[in-house]
Write a protein that binds this ligand. Sequence first.
Ligand code: NAP
Ligand code: HSE
Length: 428
Amino acid sequence: MGQTIRLGIAGLGTVGVGVIKIIRREAAMLTARTGAQITISAISARTRDKDRGVPLKDYAWEDDPVALATRDDVDVFVELMGGSDGPAKAATEAALNAGKDVVTANKAMLAVHGQALAELAESKGCVIRYEAAVAGGIPVIKSLIEGLAGNDITRVMGVMNGTCNYILTRMESAGLPYETVFEEANQLGYLEADPELDVGGIDAGHKLAILASAAFGTQVAFDAMELEGIGRLTIDDIRAAGDMGYRIKLLGVARMTGRGLEQRMSPCLVPATSPLGQLEGGTNMVVLEGNAVDQIVLRGPGAGEGPTASAVMADVCDIARGLRLPVFGQPANTLQAATPAKSVTPAAYYLRMTLLDKPGALAKIATVLGESGISINRMRQYDHDGENAPVLIVTHSTARDALDRALEAMEKTGVIVTAPVAIRIEEV
Ligand code: NAP
Ligand code: HSE
């Protein structure tokens, strides 16, 4: 028998309980694979006497996660509480200052404090592992940092919030409005405590910011991300996109350009037949592109007890095996400060607007687009009654600033009833 790796686990919710179940169920297998015995010394949560459906009496209890993180009988601090600051950050810092390795599923903390925590960890000779923080059960961090280490990464892209993908695909399959499906997701327990983290694109943005750092050797720069959630999308957008051969996804795209780092998390149209277009429900997909490998596509469950605990345990096993890598794949003090670049790569756009149904209205819109140098690819006007006409336009590839100028000019034509919605059509 080799060494023993003693864990201190703070957070006994969905993920924490999943981790404890795997350690109890698979002890022999984990030892066979790592050569180490993986044990739990102590645990912490807010409420001590809650029935969590798993026996906990063998483990010492700490009310204070900081005290847990610094215990002498803890080798690895496993942070599964969540939140960018507060006890998660305090206990993580305390663990690192005490020379302990950290495993966390906390994307919010890493997206905001990733650079400082990585510098602290590496100054103390510790590792921070965070596979579960991005795309749940998909081993995307390992793929990027280890599997693609020989590649200059050219683009990272993906659907990384299962709740948004559930809402969008359910709206489409059941023909239900956003508000109804949002409430369904709430009832099913899919939404974060603050739903805006999901539907506002923030949770997915956190994940993309972490991936971008590991992909491009830059300091995590969540604040610089172009961010838009799914709250403005309607069932009409989803239907119209479907009619034209597309599906709408909350898509994250990060790429390094000559001008700097582009990071964008926003609703996009993707071809319905593409792997991203076919993604259903809460499933995540991450696409990694490198100059040697070309493209790899990873797909799997982005959340839930089993998948997320699976990723946490992969990190624990790597530590038990003695694998010690810099947090973001290269030493933290060599990561460059990211120069944020607005996303200017031209793309085709889907435009939805409601016009006054009167002679010349459509001509005015077409003129504005033409004067902005934007060419129309397809246009459709749906059947309607009354005075207003819903109109859809798909443009040829155009720069976003030209489109923004056109959208502004449209508002002054006097024929717009509802402000145009513009959604990028992403090449995938
Ligand atoms: P959760 O079910 O809400 O559980 C959170 C746990 O943390 C609870 O046990 C809670 O204690 C404990 N906690 C909260 N504040 C605390 C404090 N101040 N002191 C001590 N304990 C405290 O959350 P989760 O879904 O397991 O998520 C945990 C982490 O994993 C988060 O960072 C989350 O973003 C990440 N993650 C989750 C998923 C997922 O599918 N759930 C997927 C990927 C990543 P009580 O139980 O006593 O209230
Ligand atoms: N709220 C997240 C999601 C949980 O829906 O994907 C996993 O990070």
